[in-house]
Design a protein around this ligand. Structure first.
Ligand SMILES: Cc1cc2nc3c(=O)[nH]c(=O)nc-3n(C[C@H](O)[C@H](O)[C@H](O)COP(=O)(O)OP(=O)(O)OC[C@H]3O[C@@H](n4cnc5c(N)ncnc54)[C@H](O)[C@@H]3O)c2cc1C
Length: 456
């Protein structure tokens, strides 16, 4: 006999799980969340939030170092690593405390322990059986090594990279996707000698080629040594150093970070017990409403296909429980999910790259504008940032947008909103933007695509 029963049980309290739980509670479901570690999931405790907290420190330091350009004299700033880590902890505590507060406010029960599926609408948590009409799996993802390598010693994953005991003198980062680029950019600006490796031919290889080019330039300006089209092999870790080879060369660093990808955290879940199936890359198979093959069981976030991003996990959580509650829902349009990379220069993008748009046979039009074309670029000190809009000429459709430079991660949202509200680049061109703001460069990119760029 189950020892407790709920309308909705969510397994995992990351941005997928906790948002699903709050929405379920709003829909009057008696809801509980099972978490084996810390409330807030990996996102708040080890990944997105600590990463951005440390990146913010690198941004502040870089600004202080550039203060002379703005007429401010500052003597040599120093990094106090214990202070950096203390602030990181404070940010995490504030935000995870906020999630615990949301649970309390919404009457959501938090059950501490490791959950597994037990079939017939039941789960077990450390030996106790709990029944639920709806079960949402939101257990996220775990680091994966590159073939022939194991984590351990001085070979670490991206989460550990944001919590190093001391600021390293040297760091090797394998994988120049979003996470690798962020780690490289933060540590290089904090004074670490960083080498960044990428097996494909450019950094941020899934971004538009123009964006990768500017990021490559920006990272090199921070002193980062970049090796693209390069495989790192023969990794050996000693107590104090990590050695490796790349091609015919040898390298060593205090820490080697593997930032090449993650896999779903399903080992403890006993998916087979309940008939939940997995497909490509071991991800759980779901339909557009996040329903697994097993009745009453949903899966969201890093467990399922689509970009492994916190905001995508949250949206899936909402769709899943709204569907369970019998509300009208619609599948996510995954190309419209914004992508944000918080290295310097910042990158924000969504939808198709220029290359993808051409491959798909669109009648492609591109509008490109540098931040320097509008007043704000010069006022705020970033003239090299770029807004690139990719459209289809026939109806002025906005197929994708790509921004690199100051606040790109914020600026991209406007373009996503216009697309989702069924606007195109001609609408962006005619929406009045405040002055002087970097968003005027977004408007100008719309005009460039529409053939009547004013500034430029
Ligand atoms: C270093 C790093 C930086 C990142 N930065 C960003 C970023 O800036 N923006 C962004 O959008 N995304 C970022 N991501 C990706 C983002 O962290 C994930 O997409 C997001 O955390 C997925 O959310 P989730 O709810 O699916 O799972 P998670 O956040 O992974 O949470 C899952 C939770 O489930 C718990 N759990 C697992 N198994 C069980 C079990 N059997 N029983 C009970 N509990 C269990 C875990 O302990 C964990 O707390 C980053 C990832 C990394 C690694």
């Amino acid at each position: 006999m189950p020892e407790a029963s709920y309308d909705c049980i969510v397994i995992g309290s990351g941005p997928g799980g906790y948002v699903a739980a709050v929405r379920a509670a709003q829909l009057n479901m008696k809801t509980a969340v099972v978490e084996k570690d810390q409330v807030g999931g990996r996102c708040l405790n080890y990944a997105c939030i600590p990463a951005k907290a440390v990146l913010r420190v690198a941004d502040v330091l870089a600004e202080v170092k550039e203060a002379a350009d703005f007429g401010i004299k500052v003597s040599d700033p120093e990094v106090d690593w214990s202070g950096v880590m203390a602030r990181r902890e404070k940010v995490i505590k504030t935000l995870t405390g906020g999630v615990a507060g949301l649970f309390k406010k919404n009457g959501i029960e938090l059950i501490t322990g490791e959950a597994a599926l037990a079939g017939a609408g039941n789960i077990t948590v450390d030996g106790s059986t709990i029944a639920a009409k709806t079960i949402v799996l939101a257990t996220g993802s775990v680091k994966r090594p590159i073939p022939g390598t194991e984590f351990g010693g001085r070979v670490i994953g991206t989460e550990e990279a944001w919590a190093l005991p001391e600021k390293p003198q040297t760091l090797a980062v394998v994988g120049a996707g979003a996470s690798g680029a962020e780690i490289a950019s933060a540590y290089a600006r904090l004074g670490t000698e960083v080498t960044l490796f990428e097996a494909l031919e450019r950094v941020l290889p899934t971004e538009d080629a123009d964006i990768s080019k500017l990021v490559d330039r920006g990272l090199k300006r921070q002193g980062i040594t970049i090796h693209t089209s390069t495989f790192v092999e023969n990794i050996e870790s000693t107590e104090s150093i990590c050695r490796y080879t790349h091609g015919d060369n040898k390298g060593e660093a205090e820490w080697l970070v593997i930032a090449t990808g993650r896999g779903p955290d399903v080992d403890a879940l006993q998916l087979d017990q309940a008939g939940v199936t997995r497909g490509n890359a071991g991800l759980i198979e779901v339909d557009g409403r996040l329903r697994t093959k097993a009745e009453g069981i949903y899966a969201i976030g890093d467990l399922v296909p689509g970009p492994a991003l916190a905001h995508k996990a949250s949206d899936e959580g909402i769709i899943a429980v709204e569907d369970a509650a019998g509300l009208e829902t619609h599948p996510i349009d995954y190309p419209d999910v914004p992508r944000a990379t918080f290295c310097t220069p910042n990158v924000g993008s969504f939808g198709l790259t220029e290359e993808q748009a051409r491959e798909q046979g669109h009648d492609v039009v591109v509008g490109k504008v540098q931040y320097g074309a509008v007043g704000a670029g010069t006022v705020y000190g970033d003239r090299t940032g770029l807004v690139k809009v990719v459209g289809d000429k026939q109806y002025g459709e906005l197929l994708g947008a790509h921004i690199v430079g100051t606040r790109a991660t914020e600026l991209i949202q406007e373009l996503v909103n216009v697309r989702v509200l069924e606007g195109g680049y001609p609408e962006i061109a005619r929406i009045i933007h405040g002055h002087p703001t970097l968003s005027e460069a977004v408007m100008e990119a719309g005009r460039a695509a529409d053939g009547w760029l004013i500034h430029g």
